[in-house]
Structure formats: structure tokens, C-alpha cells
Design a protein around this ligand. Structure first.
Ligand SMILES: *Cc1c(COP(=O)(O)O)cnc(C)c1O
Length: 222
């Protein structure tokens, strides 16, 4: 086994059943992804459009990519054909654009809505209140080509795991409110993507159903 395959096995051994693993492969070469693929990993996370396109072309056809980075409007067209999910939808206008592009491509795109729970100004995403009011106002429904599958959140970059836990709780509360509210007839609205290398155990303990782990699998990014 290679180091990457050992890292992957160690994480899979700790992940509770039912929690999906997205192997975040951004900045790492295709050879690294292939090692994980050979060990059975099929879902990879990428955050830059051009890098995603290149890897999408080179990886075996049953590889699935999640786009997890900030998605610029002018990159939607190149990203849509390459992804099984866009986790980082942070505005209604982006949702509309993805819906249009997916329609043009004749496909359905799974998305998560990114909710901002961290205190850092740099973090993107819907504010919780804005998200809930967009939902209540019907702005998240009626799309023909996007399937809203849940929420994604990132906690603050801090060693204070109690703060991290509070932020994950905030995301989970919003998730449950939507799941039992406007999305109660949508069984696909069932995913809560939270947790990275440094905080995924906390995230899982606070309701995550999908973790996005990069460094602990592939090593540090250059
Ligand atoms: C890079 C990234 C990750 C993975 O981070 P690690 O700390 O390397 O596990 C997860 N989620 C998002 C949105 C990212 O941009």
C-alpha cells in the first residue's frame, strides 16, 4: 500500500457507516488521485475549474467529482459537465445559472447550499437568516435541472473545538429546519457536508453526513 492508500484506509476505518467521504484532491497530481481510486475511492473534491476539467478528462469514467470551491459565474459552463455535485452554491443567482447551464447540457446537477457559520470574514456562503428567508420566499424551489441535496458548511479556522462545534450545530439547525420545512417532500435533501482534516471528528459528532478530507489523505498542498 502507498502512503495515500494507508491514509485513506485509516480514515475509512474511523468513519461511521453512512458518512460519505469526499477525498479533496485539489493541487495534487492525477497520480495521487489514481492511488486513491485504486484503493476504491470514487468521490473527489476539487476547487478550481481548470484543474477539475483536466482531472475529469484523465480519471476513469466512474470517478465522481464534487466542486467545493468558490464558483465564479463565468466558470459554471465548464464545471457543470464535469461534476456529480456542486457543494458551494452561495447565492440564488448562482443556483439559477447552474440550473440554466444544466438544462442546456440536458442534465441534472446535484447541489448543496453553502451556509456561512464561521466568524471569519473571508468565508463565503449564505447567512443562515438569508438562507431561511430565501427558502420561505420560495426562491429555492421550482428549478428543473438542479437537485438541492442539502447544505455545506465550513467552521472557523481555529484550535477552539468548542467554537467549531457551535458552528457545526448552527449549520445542522439550519439543515434540519429546511429539511422539515420547505424540503419536507424532497427525500434527496438529506446531506450535510461538514468536516475537514482538522475537524471532521467534531463534524461527525455534530451531525455531518459527508466529510471533505484533503491533507489527511494526500498530504500537504504545495
Ligand atoms: C481544501 C478544502 C477542504 C479540505 O481541507 P483539508 O484541511 O486539507 O482536509 C475541504 N473543504 C473545502 C471547501 C476546501 O476548500
Amino acid at each position: 500500500m502507498t502512503q495515500i492508500q494507508q491514509n485513506l484506509a485509516a480514515i475509512k476505518g474511523q468513519l461511521p457507516a453512512g458518512v460519505e467521504l469526499v477525498a479533496v484532491s485539489k493541487f495534487h497530481p492525477v497520480e495521487a488521485l489514481l492511488q486513491a481510486y485504486e484503493a476504491g475511492q470514487r468521490v473527489f473534491g476539487e476547487s478550481r475549474a481548470q484543474e477539475l476539467v483536466v482531472k475529469f478528462r484523465q480519471m476513469p469514467s466512474d470517478t465522481r467529482f464534487h466542486f467545493i470551491g468558490h464558483l465564479q459565474r463565468n466558470k459554471v459552463r465548464v464545471v457543470v459537465p464535469c461534476v456529480s455535485m456542486i457543494e458551494s452554491v452561495d447565492s440564488v443567482s448562482l443556483l439559477k445559472l447552474i440550473d440554466e447551464e444544466a438544462g442546456r447540457e440536458g442534465r441534472n446537477v446535484n447541489v448543496l447550499l453553502e451556509v456561512r457559520v464561521a466568524t471569519e470574514a473571508a468565508k463565503t456562503g449564505f447567512e443562515v437568516d438569508a438562507l431561511l428567508s430565501a427558502a420561505a420566499g420560495g426562491e429555492l424551489s421550482g428549478f428543473g435541472n438542479v437537485r438541492i441535496c442539502g447544505l455545506m458548511a465550513m467552521a472557523s479556522f481555529t484550535d477552539d473545538m468548542e467554537q467549531v462545534a457551535r458552528e457545526f450545530d448552527k449549520a445542522r439547525a439550519a439543515f434540519l429546519q429546511l429539511k422539515h420545512g420547505v424540503f419536507h417532500d424532497c427525500p434527496e435533501f438529506c446531506r450535510l457536508s461538514m468536516g475537514m482534516t482538522d475537524d471532521w471528528q467534531v463534524a461527525v459528532n455534530h451531525g455531518s453526513t459527508m466529510v471533505r478530507i484533503g491533507t489527511a489523505i494526500f498530504g500537504s498542498r504545495q
